[in-house]
Design a protein around this ligand. Sequence first.
Ligand SMILES: [Zn+2]
Ligand SMILES: [Zn+2]
Ligand SMILES: [Zn+2]
Length: 363
Amino acid sequence: MQKKWTALVCAGVLAFSVGHCVPCLSATAETVEQGESKTIQTESNQANPEQAEELNSENSESVRIFKIARVLSAQNGISEAVMNAIYQEAVNARNEASKHYGGTDTDSVNQRDALRHFAWNYLCVKGGIAAETMRIFTANFEWADVLYKEGYRVSINSDEDIINRKNQLEAQCASSCATYWATFMPQANQYLADKSHAMDWLNNQTGRQYAVSHSTSSVKFAFDTARNNGDIIINWASDITGMQAHSIWTTNLWYTSTSNYPRTFSWRRESVDDSNHNLICNGCGVSELRNHNIRYTDLGTSTHKKYCLECSYSLIEAHKPISIPSGSKCSNCGRTDLIIISPNKNEDEIMELLNSLKQEAEG
Ligand SMILES: [Zn+2]
Ligand SMILES: [Zn+2]
Ligand SMILES: [Zn+2]
């Protein structure tokens, strides 16, 4: 128990760098096979000490995570030879990303991560690895990250343990968006949770797609094109919404089993105030604030009903007159033959008049 707790605490500390480190490997495929203590430096690691340190700390984790991904992917029928090629392209993608975005600020780290994932998938598919194989391997890579944060290690746990845990988690996530959310997104399980998984899945997918649609480009040109087209996620914290996460939940970007689980979810909308309602998942309770979709219905010469097309919000209120050449009209519902409440009536008289008009309208 003591040991497990220590592992979880460590995982929590490492969460951020792991979430952004995916194919950032500088060791060779042989190193992955041989053990996790060995890390080979590449020339790009020596560029500046700060960056080298960051890449090194990412590397040793990435190498460990890659080992877990290999165990999972072998289970899915991906051969050692193909996984070696995938590994080599991960190294190439990491080098390409570091070449263009070498900074240590958050924006550079995010851009580097986005290019890494895009390039990894782009280079593999362009190099002849089936897109479906890459989908499964890269899904397993994110699973490996989750397992790693739970304390799983190839050197400690048996392959069978690792595979069983992943299959168990995958089945649980498939049957419940609440579990999926808690496993991959920021909610209760903060140490496991990281929206950057969703960013990685989407950028991986875009890389595979552009390898087909933009196969004559250089990888960086293809990336810039994808980015200009709005197909790249850079800021996972702000760009991945709960709605988007649920859309991803219904896809196989994260899902590798051949069994089909029904993945349906439903939303309800609850009014918050005159401007907004909450969009709330009935399964997990994740909510997002959205503007009402406001419409007006003319209820007579004095009032209109303001209501939301999507939720139960409604309000009967006096017209909002604005001057037009022929007199006045309601700026909301457009009615022109308005009864304007005299400005010299006192507040009680106005309320009384409004109430009687409301009753008339409601009746
Ligand atoms: Zn949900
Ligand atoms: Zn509404
Ligand atoms: Zn009106």
